[in-house]
Design a protein around this ligand. Structure first.
Ligand code: S3P
Length: 176
């Protein structure tokens, strides 16, 4: 059976959400952002969930959301940077989805996220150090994706084009 969904994984600031928005219309797909799905279900923004209930609770919500969203067809699913930490998440997403990692150097990530106000994990004194720590832990997990794309120096439209072409070339989605 062809896998129909495209799942974007990657560190914070690799452009998953903006690339997803550009990619979905090219395929005639809907885009579902896991964080937005959680926010509308909880009627709270992510940073509020973290501050009121903690990261572990957020991870439970994330897992539940991923289970639900993975059942849908013909969707581009954009995940939060930490979704890869739980291997059951990736297993669920992979059932019907091609896992695509967006990669970026630590320097690029820092430049892209330094002014961000909505990333609770980066509300630290030393943001660079925190990125370094999380990056070390997570980089190997992003490498397990079916396809990987470097995003340094690229616009989200360019990255979306590359993913679209690779998806068309593959047997995934029945588009080939
Ligand atoms: C997280 C990334 C965020 C969001 C939450 C946790 C992470 O999403 O899910 O703040 O653990 O890396 P983005 O990757 O879209 O910033």
């Amino acid at each position: 059976m062809n896998k129909q969904n495209i799942v974007l994984i990657g560190f914070m600031g690799t452009g998953k959400t903006s690339v997803g928005k550009k990619l979905a219309p090219k395929l005639g797909y809907r885009v579902i952002d896991v964080d937005l799905h959680i926010e509308s279900a909880e009627k709270k923004i992510i940073s509020q969930i973290f501050s009121e209930s903690g990261e572990a609770y957020f991870r439970e919500l994330e897992k539940k959301a991923i289970r639900e969203i993975s059942r849908q067809k013909r969707v581009v699913i954009t995940t939060g940077g930490g979704a890869v930490l739980d291997e059951e998440n990736i297993k669920a997403l992979r059932e019907n989805g091609l896992i695509v990692a967006l990669l970026a150097s630590e320097e690029t990530i820092y430049e892209r996220v330094k002014k961000s106000k909505h990333r609770p994990l980066l509300e630290k004194e030393d943001v660079k150090l925190e990125i370094e720590k999380l990056y070390r832990e997570r980089a190997p997990l992003y490498q397990t994706a079916d396809l990987k794309f470097e995003t340094d120096g690229q616009t989200s439209a360019q990255v979306a084009d590359k993913i679209f072409n690779a998806f068309k070339r593959s047997n995934f989605g029945g588009l080939a």
